[in-house]
Design a binder for this molecule. Structure first.
Ligand code: MSP
Length: 528
């Protein structure tokens, strides 16, 4: 696996979301994870590009717009606004937001199509089959429920189509794709998803249709404008268009110049085939390098049930953030759910976890320790030389070995695993303060011993806050400020504390004046 520390740039994408409706919690989930990965790379001083966008063409959007009595473009413009405001309230540090209706995107798509055409990988044929408009995909009859209802959209019936379409010769890439998966075992992650793709490809790849007739909400085919380009062929190329600088001519050469190959596409498991099979084959056809990795995450459920409008159990991300704050939402989804596995949202558990981890274990500990430091150390970090603390001190020994473990987890996008050792350190510190009772040590006149207790706890909280900063940037900023640093983890990464120093245990400057002590995380309560 590529070690991030050797990267000079890092670029990562969310899927480009359909704008048939306002964003749901699933879109928020993927975007948080991409933001966390980009923030982790920025902490190390690696220039990073956090990319998201909207997939605006196709029948699904066209029909939704019609139902609402709007033109497709008006409809898209309106929904895109709600995505943009969600990313803002969720503290997503976005670098690019690509819309597939951007005219520059059309130029990229046309050039890319031309390359595949010139390679001889596109031909005209007849497409007969069942089409699910919600998936924007033809389905095999055996993969549909009774009466041709879609497995993924059980209230939507697939529609019979028999029309002339242009096809992409996916079958010609069978061996090349197998070689890619074999030579680059990291290409599809996690392993369970890789295995799914391998067994799908082993059944034999079939060419897929890449144009539609009688559908004008899309990009016309350069060689035959009666046809519009299939929405997936168009949307995947959004990842390339997103890389154009604002003053670049929209050419493939320009788009691919700096950030390509993309480091990672993070997607949900339902769209793995498009990213791990169709996309690399399209790129090979156009003579473009394939991305480093495709990571398929799991699905979210609510109270153990599949979420959906028909069930009436969707979670509104705006509502959740309004009630509990963006750090809380970010923390729950990153800490509670292993990326790659399905995970559940339950509001009571959400509250319990946040109160236990952030309000009690971390927040209360910091408040107690700062109160004692304010009182006994002149509102400053206790005057203790970290070198004088023995290596077998329980917090020092845990703190010194922590960063390697946490960094390894971040590298593997194992954000939930990354949180574990951080919380363990904080829990050890809670036990330690109770056992050592520094307030009594001060009363007994043992100020040096008490100072060591406070210093080692504050330093442990600082280290935990540093490593949590990609996930909870606001909380980490508050902690750092109360410890006396002038730091903003939501500010410019150029002003971030130096990575090589801040991942060490024992860097809090003795006697550094403390900031104002306030609760860093308010206890949450279920609305009554
Ligand atoms: N437009 C395509 C992607 C094109 S990328 C070039 C698309 N859009 S989508 O809006 O339908 O889905 C976006 C993402 O949301 C997908 O990765 C999908 O897996 C994810 N999710 C949809 N429901 C979800 C959950 N319940 N839980 C987690 N993610 C979910 O597909």
């Amino acid at each position: 696996m590529t070690s991030a520390s050797t990267l000079s740039t890092f670029a990562m994408t969310t899927p480009l979301y359909y704008v048939n409706d306002v964003p749901h919690i699933g879109s928020a989930y993927t975007t948080i994870a991409v933001d966390v990965a980009c923030r982790y790379h920025r902490l190390q001083g690696i220039s990073s590009l956090c990319i998201t966008g909207s997939d605006e063409h196709g029948q699904k959007i066209q029909r939704t717009a019609m139902e609402k009595g709007r033109s497709p473009q008006e409809h898209c413009d309106q929904i895109v606004e709600s995505f943009a405001s969600l990313w803002e309230v969720l503290d997503i540090r976005l670098d690019r937001f690509i819309r597939t209706t951007d005219p520059r995107h059309e130029a990229i798509v046309r050039e890319f199509f031309q390359r595949c055409w010139d390679t001889g990988d596109i031909y005209l044929g007849q497409q007969k089959g069942w089409y699910c408009v919600s998936c924007e995909e033809y389905k095999e009859e055996r993969d549909l429920l009774d009466d041709h209802y879609c497995v993924l959209h059980p209230n939507k019936q697939a529609e019979w189509r028999d029309e002339e379409n242009y096809f992409f010769k996916l079958s010609a890439y069978q061996e090349k794709l197998e070689a890619l998966y074999r030579d680059r075992p990291d290409f599809i992650q996690p392993d369970s998803r890789r295995n799914e793709v391998l067994s799908f490809v082993k059944q034999g790849l079939q060419d897929f249709s890449i144009s539609r007739v009688n559908m004008d909400w899309g990009i016309p085919l350069p060689i035959d404008p009666k046809h519009t380009l299939y929405v997936w062929f168009d949307a995947l190329l959004g990842y390339v268009t997103a890389l154009l600088e604002s003053d670049d001519e929209p050419t493939l050469e320009n788009a691919l110049a700096k950030w390509w190959p993309m480091n990672i596409h993070l997607i949900g498991k339902d769209i793995l085939r498009f990213h791990a099979v169709y996309w690399p084959a399209m790129l090979m056809s156009a003579g473009v390098a394939v991305p480093d990795r495709v990571f398929g995450h799991g699905f979210l459920t609510k109270d153990g049930q599949k979420m959906g409008k028909s069930v009436g159990n969707t979670i509104d991300p705006f509502d959740l953030i309004k009630r509990y704050g963006s750090d809380a939402v970010r923390y729950y989804f990153m800490k509670e759910i292993e990326l790659g596995r399905d995970g559940d949202f339950n509001e009571q558990r959400f509250i319990n976890i946040l109160n236990a981890d952030l309000a009690n274990d971390l927040g209360n500990l910091l408040k107690r320790t700062l109160t004692l430091s304010n009182k006994n150390c002149d509102r400053a970090i206790p005057p203790v030389s970290p070198d004088a603390i023995p290596d077998d001190h329980p917090l020092k020994s845990a703190g010194v070995s922590l960063s390697k473990t946490v960094q390894d987890c971040y590298e593997r996008f194992a954000f939930s695993q990354a949180c574990e050792p951080l919380l363990n350190l904080v829990r050890t510190a809670n036990k330690y303060i109770d056992e050592q009772a520094p307030w009594s040590l001060y009363k007994k006149g043992e100020a040096d011993a008490a100072n060591v207790v406070l210093y080692s706890i504050l330093e442990s909280v600082r280290l935990a806050a540093y490593w949590l900063s990609p996930i909870t940037p606001n909380l980490s900023t508050r902690i750092y400020r109360q410890l006396g640093y002038d730091v903003n983890f939501n500010g410019s990464h150029k002003a971030f504390p130096a990575f090589a120093d801040h991942i060490q245990w024992g860097i809090l400057p003795p006697k550094q004046p403390l900031g104002e002590t306030d609760p860093v995380f308010q206890r949450l309560e279920l609305p009554t």
